[in-house]
Structure formats: structure tokens, C-alpha cells
Design a protein around this ligand. Structure first.
Ligand code: SF4
Length: 317
């Protein structure tokens, strides 16, 4: 059964234009010069968007620079050794993202002549690419119109138009996405998307700076904040210490740091030596299960006796 389109509040054209004009003017003064925003390179846009998933922008530039220096093109990434890809990703977290980037590059090389496809459905068919990443590729890579909706944009649009204090908790995401698409000024995606993102990161913060806001007079949430209501914080992720995430990170670190062997074969170790390096204590069975999980995800390999990072080297046969 098809879902009904979400009910959206009416935004008169004059108000929408005023919001667009003021936020774009703010962006012209406060633009952050991230290289992927002006590179007109779909591959660079994909790398940046994937790196930005679940990562603060302050760290994305560092990951992006390291990645582009190691794998400057789709072909370089597609042909790279998986272990090297994971080493370059390093401690950026959620390493499945690095593997997805490489699998996407391999598909682009095999099916799209070594380039990213321009068609939205074909972009969305790439591993690890959801609506946000696809929209970033369309916007910065191809100059096409698409609304890239991240958590900052949800907050800004949810407050401005829906009058929410904490939109992620108050309005269905589909409604905010539909409204963000409606507000998009045609032909201006490459300025509009980053304008909203940066506005959410610098002015319409979880605790908003309404007194310095250029759209305060147009904002549906402003009267509520002015009356002293406060935005209930969105609950942070669960505790990290002792979590699967912590152990997965530790396993990946040990595998990344394995010393190179003297006969030039890919670094590997015995599973028992690996366990000693991880120091799982009481969590032995859990760590072993997580190593198997990482193997299934293409991030590690185990052949019964030895283990290593990435895919099992064929020379080990
Ligand atoms: S007035 Fe306050 S809540 Fe509204 S958009 Fe500006 S900063 Fe955000």
C-alpha cells in the first residue's frame, strides 16, 4: 500500500523567498571553504559525504585529505588493496564505510566507465549511498538540484517552518525532508545545502543563538524559545565503554597495526597471538565472534589459524 504524502504547513511564496535570500546572504559571508564543495568532482563529493556520516565536520576534512591523497581517483580506489584502504581510513570509525567506498568505486569502474553515474537511481544503487550522500554527489559533483538533509538541516527546517524546538523528536522525518525539498531554490543547491548545514552548525544549534539569527522574524519556533521553552536534548548514543563498537574498534586497531613480515607478505598473525594483543579478558568469546563478524563484512580475514586485515591475500594460499 502506498503511503500518503505527509501533510505540510503552507509556506507563502514571499516568506519562502525571504528565508532563501537571507540564508544565502548569510552563507556568502560565512562560507566554509571545504574542498569538495567547489571541486565539481562527484568522486570527491562521495568521499566527503561518506566520511561525514556519523562524524563531526571538524574531523571530516582530515579524513578526506588523507583519503584523496592515497586514492585520488575512482580507479585508484577500485584497484587498491583492501587492507591498505582500511589502514588509510584508520581511526575514523565505522570502517564498513571505507569498504563500501571501495565497493562503490569498483562498480563505477566496471559499470560506469570509471566515473560516478549522474542518474539518481544509479547513484543510490551504489553500496553505502543513501539519500543524503546521493544528494551531495548530485549537488557538489554534478551541479544538479537535490536536497541533502542531515541532522543540522532537520533542526533548522523543523524549527523555521514547523515551529518545533527539537524537530528530530517532534516532526516525522518524511515531512521535514519533503519541506526541505520544497524550500530548495532551483539552481542554487550548491549554495543552499551547505548554507542550511552550516547555519545549523553555527547559529541554529541544539541551543539556538536566536538573538543573532538572520531569519528570526520568519521563524515559527522563535516565539517558543523567546517565551523560555527549551529544546530537550536528543539522547546521545549508548555508552561506548565495553560496547561492541569499542571492541570492534580495538580489533581493527590491532589488525591495522600488525607489523609487516620479512618475506614481504601481507601482515598477519595467528588467532591466538591476535587474542593476546587485543587482551579481551573475560570477553574472549565475544571478541572472537566480533572478529568473525568483521570477516563477513569484508574488513578482516581468518583462515582457521591466522588472521589479518581486509581480504585474505592470495599469496597466503
Ligand atoms: S530564530 Fe532561533 S530557532 Fe529559529 S532559526 Fe533562528 S536560531 Fe533557529
Amino acid at each position: 500500500m502506498r503511503r500518503a504524502a505527509p501533510e505540510l504547513p503552507e509556506v507563502p511564496r514571499a516568506r519562502a523567498h525571504a528565508i532563501q535570500r537571507r540564508l544565502l546572504a548569510w552563507y556568502d559571508e560565512h562560507e566554509q571553504p571545504f574542498p569538495w564543495r567547489t571541486a565539481h568532482d562527484p568522486y570527491a563529493a562521495m568521499v566527503a559525504a561518506v566520511a561525514a556520516q556519523q562524524t563531526q565536520m571538524s574531523r571530516v576534512l582530515e579524513i578526506y585529505d588523507r583519503w584523496m591523497a592515497a586514492f585520488p581517483t575512482v580507479e585508484a580506489l577500485a584497484r587498491a588493496d583492501r587492507a591498505e584502504v582500511l589502514r588509510v581510513w584508520g581511526r575514523a570509525g565505522y570502517p564498513r564505510r571505507a569498504a563500501n567506498l571501495q565497493e562503490a568505486a569498483r562498480i563505477c569502474l566496471e559499470q560506469h566507465g570509471g566515473r560516478l553515474p549522474r542518474d539518481r537511481e544509479a547513484i543510490l544503487a551504489l553500496p553505502g549511498v543513501g539519500p543524503f550522500t546521493a544528494a551531495i554527489i548530485q549537488t557538489f559533483g554534478f551541479g544538479d538540484d537535490a536536497a541533502a538533509v542531515d541532522t543540522n538541516i532537520v533542526r533548522v527546517v523543523g524549527r523555521l517552518v514547523f515551529g518545533d524546538l527539537q524537530p528530530a523528536k517532534e516532526t516525522p522525518p518524511a515531512s521535514i525532508v519533503a519541506m526541505t525539498e520544497r524550500l530548495l531554490p532551483r539552481g542554487e543547491s550548491a549554495r543552499w545545502n551547505p548554507a542550511l548545514m552550516d547555519y545549523g552548525a553555527r547559529v541554529c544549534l541544539p541551543r539556538p543563538r536566536c538573538e543573532e539569527c538572520v531569519v528570526a522574524s520568519l521563524c515559527a519556533a522563535r516565539p517558543r524559545f523567546a517565551a523560555g521553552e527549551t529544546a530537550e536534548p536528543v539522547r546521545a548514543q549508548g555508552a561506548w565503554h565495553g560496547s561492541d563498537r569499542m571492541w570492534r574498534g580495538r580489533i581493527m586497531q590491532v589488525l591495522r597495526d600488525l607489523p609487516a613480515s620479512e618475506d614481504d607478505r601481507a601482515p598477519s598473525t595467528t588467532v591466538s597471538a591476535f587474542m593476546r594483543r587485543v587482551q579481551p579478558g573475560e570477553e574472549r568469546a565475544r571478541v572472537r565472534a566480533l572478529l568473525d563478524q568483521l570477516t563477513r563484512e569484508g574488513l578482516a580475514w581468518v583462515d582457521g589459524i591466522r588472521c589479518g586485515l581486509g581480504s585474505r591475500p592470495s599469496s597466503e594460499d
